[in-house]
Design a protein. Structure first.
Length: 317
């Protein structure tokens, strides 16, 4: 398969991943507008029951209470995960800047920037104007044919903004809940990105042997910068097997699975938006005011444990 077709497929894969992230973010916004107020009202009812010594056990085991509290707690966990991922990603970007700025630059050519290092490294870094970096040791451990093959590989990363795309794909993976096969889907995309760059290198050099030889040499390397915004040349075993024809790249199943994820997220968003199962109080602040006011009436008139329901005062009907 040509590098053009592989690159086209990897872009479709990327946009499916990115779209799932956008839809999931929209799901969190819609769910928050429905479920968070419902959760707050149940907490108000619980505090109200404690205040008036009502049947607390009957309240917390009622169907209405559980239908609003359990989804609310799950949603808070998902929002917390989203927030932690944002903070982690920001820290990773900062770490990348520190890593790049800390490199000891030897020379800058039209194709790449060479830096001093005891490790054999070549990678592409940067989101919107990516640059190729190659260590001084790389030129001692690899011959010129291998270096040319690796440079072409990195040029493909550079032209297609792969560091940015990989960052966004990984961010999407981290914010999504624990879906079955989530890590496998991202790994498959990363492999596709690398394979398309491998094919670009082979098409440009008219020879796959230098690239295979370079990959095999990297298998014995013990260092790789694990920082955001860097697409680092590595010896991923899947790539070698695909490059030499021992294995085929998975394409249809992962893309179909991501399409299913999109349908599930969109369906869930529409269901929550149009659902009336969550408690909807039009005067939440008024209920809080009643709760904290001394000698106020109870927001709950009675709790029916046998029917798993509780009855509200006229104010909250």
């Amino acid at each position: 398969m040509s590098h053009q077709k592989l690159n086209f497929l990897s872009n479709i894969y990327f946009w499916l991943i990115l779209l799932s992230g956008f839809l999931y973010s929209g799901f969190l916004v819609v769910a928050s507008q429905k479920i968070i107020p419902a959760l707050l009202m149940q907490l108000i009812f619980l505090l109200d029951a404690l205040k008036f010594n009502d049947n607390i056990v009957g309240l917390i085991t009622s169907r209405l209470f559980l239908l609003n509290v359990i989804p609310g707690l799950i949603l808070i966990g998902l929002i917390s995960q989203f927030g932690k991922t944002l903070i982690k990603s920001a820290k990773s970007i900062h770490s990348t800047d520190l890593f790049i700025n800390g490199l000891k630059i030897i020379k800058i050519t039209q194709q790449f920037t060479q830096f001093r290092s005891d490790n054999s490294l070549i990678f592409t870094s940067g989101f919107f104007k990516p640059r190729i970096f190659a260590s001084s040791t790389l030129f001692k451990t690899h011959n010129w044919e291998e270096i040319k093959a690796m440079l072409q590989h990195e040029i493909h990363h550079q032209k297609n903004l792969h560091p940015l795309k990989i960052f966004l794909a990984n961010f999407t993976k981290l914010i999504l809940p624990a879906l079955p096969g989530k890590n496998w889907l991202l790994d498959n995309y990363l492999t596709l990105v690398e394979v398309s760059s491998d094919q670009f290198s082979e098409d440009k050099t008219k020879n796959k042997l230098p690239l295979v030889s370079a990959l095999l040499k990297f298998q014995n390397r013990g260092f790789e910068p694990m920082v955001t915004g860097i697409s680092c040349f590595n010896s991923q075993s899947e790539r070698i097997k695909i490059l030499v024809g021992q294995k085929k790249q998975w394409l249809k199943i992962p893309m179909a699975y991501y399409s299913l994820i999109l349908v599930v997220i969109l369906s869930g968003t529409l269901f929550i938006k149009n659902s009336d199962i969550f408690f909807d109080c039009q005067h939440l602040l008024k209920c809080i005011e009643i709760l904290i006011t001394p000698n106020s009436q109870s927001l709950i008139t009675s709790v029916n444990s046998s029917k798993n329901t509780f009855f509200l005062s006229d104010h909250c009907q």
